[in-house]
Write a protein that binds this ligand. Structure first.
Ligand code: ADP
Length: 311
């Protein structure tokens, strides 16, 4: 099967600064693939190379089996792009924005109108067809950009930070539409700095930081490989950390210390509860504790040594 995207040693430099560094990657047709990383990790730059907004500095990049250096026009006709900034035309109504966009792909007349109406229904904007885009809320604008990106029935849909700036309700609608598209066979490629978005939507993902891939896998694989199924968060004075870690050694798979917060990763809930019980009964002064399932945020913390939201 031809990969939806294949990058080999893909690199992007802006002057002396390397934004994307030797990226190797294969995205399978039909999967939802995520780029998870903090601001400045190089996610948007990678997307822009894939959809032809910025040239690659070195390496190889194929999209739908075609070389981005020579076949960008064909690639653009077969992909859909939802960029971070909403690039809607403020002079036109909701429906007109779709019709004007459709013309780039040779879509005109009744078939264009039918496709536009179908898509407005899909993103729940039928009632707003005649409204000027300036009068739409942020969430509605994002939904319209999604509809617009679907006008040419793309095989690959690229979404750069699809839910940034949306309220929870708008976010869930976007997620639900993404799931429907995936069920229809569309390959989805998204960037996000929200670990829950990546965990909810992605079949596989890469964790990126400073232009480099730190890890690749399914959310479950990443959590199992780099942390453990459960995390025990302890608030305990830094001078007590060594004592606690000595007790945890037998069962812990890993740990991280951030100030007085000690996070101990464990294979399961039973181990987390057992260790909490043991620490309390042996009189280690705990100021607070919480056992919880591991998240992708923990994986990032383990790999990068800081939190995803710190940037
Ligand atoms: P992300 O999408 O992960 O937040 P970006 O790809 O937008 O990251 O940016 C990666 C790095 O490249 C950042 O440090 C950013 O400042 C830099 N960068 C992005 N675009 C440009 C540009 N046009 N010129 C110079 N530096 C840029």
């Amino acid at each position: 099967m031809v990969p939806a995207v294949k990058a080999t040693q893909l690199t992007k430099r802006y002057g002396d600064f390397t934004a994307v560094n030797n990226l190797d990657l294969e995205i399978r047709p039909g999967e939802c693939f995520g780029f998870l990383g903090p601001n400045g990790a190089g996610k948007s730059t990678t997307m822009k190379m894939i959809y032809g907004r910025t040239p690659i500095t070195s390496g190889e990049l194929q999209v739908l089996g075609l070389d981005t250096k020579t076949a960008m026009r064909t690639i653009k006709s077969r992909i859909g792009v939802i960029p971070q900034e909403d690039s809607l035309d403020p002079d036109f109504s909701v429906l007109e924005n779709l019709l004007v966009y459709g013309r780039y792909f040779g879509l005109k007349g009744a078939p264009a109108r039918q496709r536009a109406e179908e898509l407005l229904a899909f993103v729940q904007l039928t009632e707003k067809a005649k409204t000027n885009v300036e009068a739409l809320s942020g969430g509605m604008k994002r939904r319209l950009v999604i509809a617009r990106a679907l006008m040419n029935r793309p095989e690959l849909l690229i979404l750069d930070e699809p839910s940034t700036g949306l309220d929870p309700q708008a976010r869930h609608l976007v997620w639900s539409r993404m799931r429907t598209l995936k069920a229809q066979g569309v390959t989805l490629l998204l960037t996000t700095h929200y670990m829950d978005e990546a965990a909810q939507l992605c079949d596989r993902l890469v964790i990126v930081d400073k232009g480099q891939v730190l890890a690749l896998g399914t959310p479950q694989e990443l959590m199992a490989q780099h942390a453990g199924a459960w995390a025990l968060e302890l608030r305990v004075a830094p001078e007590q950390h060594a004592t606690v870690l000595q007790r945890a050694e037998r069962v812990a798979t890993a740990h991280e210390a951030i100030g007085d917060l000690l996070v101990i990763y464990l294979p399961g809930q039973a181990e987390a509860e057992g260790l909490t019980h043991e620490l309390r009964s042996t009189g280690v002064p705990l100021q607070g504790y919480q056992a919880r399932p591991t998240t992708l945020e923990d994986v990032f913390l383990r790999l990068a040594g800081r939190s995803l939201q710190e940037g």
